[in-house]
Ligand binder design. Structure first.
Ligand code: NDP
Ligand code: MG
Length: 401
């Protein structure tokens, strides 16, 4: 398999356009990663300029960001919000558009150098496909793209000049550990997990946990969906899948390790027994800046880590009994085809229902498992097959809440 990592490691990737201003499209500009990306851009005007901003429905936040960053274009997913967007931004000379088609169309304009995919869930897939086809560099936060269609994404990358730079902190750490290394000499990727808000809760306590409980992440401030994914540990399952497609490492060599302090962002063990790790405070500015810079280091992207103030670093095995979602990573990578696409779709529906109080926490995994049983397996999906599987799985999961 040709992995995206071959693009990261080959051909002097350390030489990047540090002296040229890069034009950035920030997809999902109003979210947690989007806002942090804009913060980095604001603090580095000599390196970055915003070209396109997009959002789902928070039109006022999109307008506010556009007033500050003055993009060429702003796009909102919901059509009914377009008049408000236009009224606020067209007088400033900013082109406005709405809808899924516009969200994908906006990434391949000639002026864009790098696309930051910071939308949540399946919505990241089509814009990312378009960005790859247009040969754009991608700072990939939207891990669901690789979960849903990792095989397709890698085959598109093989025919494109596009490169993917992971934003996810674990994958950024692994990319840093692999610099200068031969991936054939990797014994294991050790993906660290905080364990989320329910790390020490019993299965019975978790069963009826509320959205407010699940949203209290101990270490990271993130969007609601990924925070719930952390609570179920589905996020770690997704990250195992993401790592497989990014780095081309066999699934049986990728493990999750619970590390509650979130200081070691991930590790790589090599065949000689050496383990390399990347450490830092839990702050997404660092991996976002590293991805934006195409793996160059930005001064003071994040506050320094004081080693003396650490009160011990601990590591434990994840408990697949209490967190059954984590085992779905290996199910998906063994069966392949549309398996992970179906898991992702069912998870999105279940998490949405949980967040709006329609199902208890304990229903999330059974909804995913029953959707996986129900939706027909497609061994070698095309883009249209992924789209169809996503639609079918969402409909079945919704009917099964
Ligand atoms: P948020 O929920 O904070 O933000 C999501 C963004 O996507 C918002 O701008 C939102 O717009 C937009 N959006 C939502 N639905 C749609 C849609 N249907 N079409 C277009 N845009 C949409 O999420 P995060 O920033 O936390 O996460 C973004 C991605 O990054 C996820 O894939 C996540 O897994 C990944 N990630 C996040 C990390 C973090 O620290 N937050 C860490 C590692 C990865 P609006 O505000 O208008 O709703
Ligand atoms: Mg992560």
């Amino acid at each position: 398999m040709r992995s995206t990592y071959s693009y990261l490691c080959t051909s002097n990737q350390l030489i990047s356009c540090v002296n040229a201003i890069k034009n950035i499209a920030v997809l999902g500009a109003t979210g947690s990663i989007g806002r942090q990306t804009l913060d980095i851009i604001s603090r580095n005007p000599e390196s970055y300029r915003v070209s396109v901003l997009t959002a789902g429905s928070r039109v006022d936040e999109l307008v506010a960001a556009a007033r500050v960053h003055r993009p060429r274009m702003a796009v909102i997913a919901r059509h009914e919000l377009l008049p408000r967007l236009r009224a606020a931004l067209e007088p400033l000379g900013i082109e406005c558009a709405s809808g899924d088609e516009a969200l994908a169309d906006c990434v391949d304009a000639d002026d864009i150098d790098t696309v930051v995919t910071a939308t949540v869930g399946y919505s990241g897939l089509l814009p990312t496909v378009r960005a790859i086809k247009a040969g754009k560099d991608i700072a990939l936060a939207n891990k669901e793209t690789l979960v849903v269609a990792g095989d397709l994404i890698n085959s598109l990358l093989a025919e494109s000049s596009s490169k993917i730079y992971p934003v996810d902190s674990e994958h950024s750490a692994i990319a840093q550990c692999l610099l200068g290394e031969d991936t054939a000499k990797v014994r294991r990727l050790l993906i660290t997990a905080s364990g989320g808000p329910f790390r020490t809760r019993s299965a019975a306590e978790m069963e009826n946990a509320t959205a407010a409980d699940a949203l209290k992440h101990p270490n990271w401030r993130m969007g609601a969906k990924i925070t719930v994914d952390s609570a179920t540990m589905m996020n770690k399952a997704f990250e195992i899948i993401e790592a497989h497609f990014l780095f081309g490492i066999a699934p049986e060599k990728i493990e999750a390790v619970v590390h509650p302090q979130s200081v070691v962002h991930s590790m790589v063990e090599f065949t000689d027994g050496a383990i390399k790790a990347q450490l830092g405070i839990p702050d997404m500015h660092l991996p976002i800046a590293y991805a934006l810079g195409a793996h160059t280091r930005l001064e003071n992207a994040s506050a320094p880590l004081s080693l003396q103030s650490l009160n011990g670093l601990t590591f434990e095995a994840p408990d697949a009994g209490r967190f059954p979602c984590i085992s779905l990573a290996h199910t998906a990578l063994e069966r392949r085809g549309n398996t992970a696409c179906v898991i992702n779709a069912a998870n999105e529906i279940a998490v949405e229902a949980f967040l709006s109080g329609r199902i208890p926490f304990g229903r999330i995994y059974p909804i995913i498992a029953s959707t996986l049983e129900k939706i027909p397996f497609v061994a070698s999906p095309t883009l249209d097959d992924y789209i169809a599987s996503n639609t079918e799985a969402r409909a079945y999961a919704t009917s099964n809440l």
